[in-house]
Design a protein around this ligand. Structure first.
Ligand SMILES: *[C@@H]1O[C@H](CO)[C@@H](O)[C@H](O)[C@H]1NC(C)=O
Ligand SMILES: *[C@@H]1O[C@H](CO)[C@@H](O)[C@H](O)[C@H]1NC(C)=O
Length: 373
C-alpha cells in the first residue's frame, strides 16, 4: 500500500500534465520558424564607454496615475509641451517645468485606440501611429483628428508603431506587424517571421509608399538630422538600420547599429548629435536559446496563450549613440523594464514606458553615466 500513493501521485502530477501538454502541442497551430542566422545579432553585446547602472536612483515620476503606460514621448519646443499616448486611448499634454511637481498633465485628445508613436508636424499638429486602430492620424493643433492612411498596397496596418516627420513634410512610419495586434506582440517575436514594414506618407499627394517589407517587428523610426536617411529598429534582432531617402544610395539599406545590449523600441534624436534608443529589457540567455530553437518558442507560445506572459525582462533603460552609431552612454536599472522611449530635453532624459502609470525623468547633469573601467 505505501507504494501506491507515490505512484498515483506521480501519475497525477507528472504523467497527466505531460500527456496534456503533448496533446496541446500537437493540436496547437502556432508554427514558429528558425530565424535566419544572418539576420540575428550574434556578436557579444556592444559595450558603452559610459554607464549609469542605477538610473532609478534620482529618477522622478511625472503624472503619477494620469500618464497610463505612456509609450512614446514627443516634444514641441515652441509650446514647451511633451505629448504622450496612453493605454486608455488618450493623448495627453505635459507642460515641462524645471520642477517635476509643477509639471501639469492635461487630457488632450481621445483617439479611442492605442496611440503609440508620436511626432510633432510642421504646423504644430501631432502625427500619431495608432496601433489598435491601425491608422496614421493627423491631430491638428485644435485637437481635431484626421485619418491620413490605413494601408499600403492593399495590406492594412495592424500594429502602426512609430513615426517621424522630415523637414520636407514627408512622414516616415512603421507597422511592426501586419499579422499580430499590439497586445499579441509577443507572438510575433515567438513566431520569428518578418511581418513588419516601413512606409512614407506624402501629405501633398496623400500617397502611402511601402519602402521596405519583411522586417522583424519594425519599431522606432527617426529621420537623420541631415535628412539623408531614416533609421528604424528591428526589436527581436537587436539592430537598427539606415534606409537612405536621398543621394546616391537612395532606396538602399545599411546596418546602423547591431549587437545592442537590449531590445530596441523607440529611437529619438536630441538635436545635439545623439540618438536615444529605449529598450524594454537587456538580452537574456533564455531569449538567446529561444531564438535559436523554434521548438522552445512554440512551447513559450503555448504558455503565453494558455497561462500568461512570463516576465523575464530585466535591466531596461535607454542608450545613446552618435550619428555614426558609435556607443556613447547606457542608462539602465535592474528594477526597470519595458522602457519604450527616451528623449533628452534640456538636462533631463524623459522616459516613456508601456508598463508604468507615469513617465520617468532623470537629471543627466546630477546623475550622469560615468566612465566604466
Ligand atoms: C514652473 O512652475 C511654476 C509654478 O507653477 C511657475 O511659476 C513657473 O513659471 C513654471 N516654469 C516654467 C518654465 O514653465
Ligand atoms: C494636419 O491638419 C492641419 C489642419 O488642417 C494641416 O494644417 C496640416 O498640414 C495637416 N498635416 C498633415 C501632415 O497632413
Amino acid at each position: 500500500m505505501p507504494n501506491s500513493i507515490p505512484l498515483s501521485s506521480l501519475f497525477i502530477s507528472v504523467l497527466i500534465p505531460v500527456i496534456l501538454a503533448t496533446l496541446l502541442y500537437q493540436l496547437d497551430s502556432f508554427d514558429p520558424v528558425t530565424y535566419p542566422t544572418h539576420v540575428l545579432s550574434t556578436e557579444p553585446p556592444m559595450v558603452f564607454p559610459k554607464r549609469n547602472s542605477h538610473m532609478l536612483h534620482g529618477s522622478e515620476k511625472i503624472g503619477v496615475d494620469r500618464l497610463l503606460s505612456p509609450e512614446d514621448v514627443a516634444y514641441d519646443p515652441n509650446l514647451g509641451v511633451i505629448y504622450t499616448g496612453c493605454v486608455d486611448g488618450w493623448l495627453r499634454k505635459v507642460k515641462v517645468n524645471e520642477s517635476a511637481a509643477d509639471m501639469t498633465v492635461e487630457d488632450w485628445v481621445f483617439t479611442g485606440g492605442r496611440p503609440l508613436g508620436l511626432a510633432v508636424g510642421r504646423h504644430g499638429e501631432v502625427i500619431v501611429a495608432d496601433a489598435n486602430k491601425g491608422l496614421l492620424l493627423n491631430v491638428t493643433s485644435e485637437g481635431e483628428i484626421k485619418v491620413l492612411t490605413e494601408e499600403a498596397e492593399g495590406l492594412k496596418f495592424k500594429l502602426a508603431d512609430a513615426v517621424d516627420v522630415a523637414e520636407d513634410g514627408i512622414i516616415y512610419f512603421s507597422d511592426a506587424s501586419y499579422k499580430y495586434k499590439f497586445d499579441e506582440f509577443m507572438f510575433d517575436f515567438l513566431e520569428g517571421r518578418p511581418y513588419g514594414r516601413l512606409f512614407s506618407y506624402d501629405p501633398s499627394s496623400k500617397q502611402t509608399k511601402t519602402l521596405l517589407s519583411d522586417l522583424y517587428f519594425a519599431n522606432g523610426v527617426v529621420v537623420s538630422p541631415d535628412q539623408n536617411s531614416v533609421i528604424f529598429c528591428e526589436t527581436p534582432l537587436r539592430k537598427c538600420k539606415t534606409y537612405y531617402i536621398r543621394g546616391e544610395r537612395k532606396g538602399s539599406v545599411d546596418i546602423f547599429v547591431e549587437n545592442l545590449p537590449g531590445f530596441p523600441d523607440n529611437i529619438r534624436y536630441d538635436g545635439e548629435g545623439h540618438y536615444w534608443i529605449a529598450f524594454a529589457s537587456e538580452k537574456t540567455y533564455a531569449w538567446d536559446l529561444a531564438q535559436r530553437y523554434p521548438i522552445i518558442r512554440k512551447i513559450m507560445g503555448i504558455i503565453v496563450k494558455y497561462v500568461g506572459t512570463p516576465h523575464v525582462e530585466k535591466n531596461g533603460g535607454v542608450l545613446s549613440v552618435d550619428l555614426q552609431g558609435n556607443p556613447v552612454e547606457h542608462y539602465y536599472d535592474g528594477d526597470l523594464t519595458m522602457v519604450s522611449s527616451g528623449m533628452k530635453i534640456g538636462d533631463h532624459l524623459y522616459c516613456g514606458s508601456v508598463k508604468t502609470p507615469y513617465m520617468l525623468r532623470l537629471n543627466l547633469k546630477q546623475y550622469p553615466a560615468v566612465q566604466s573601467s
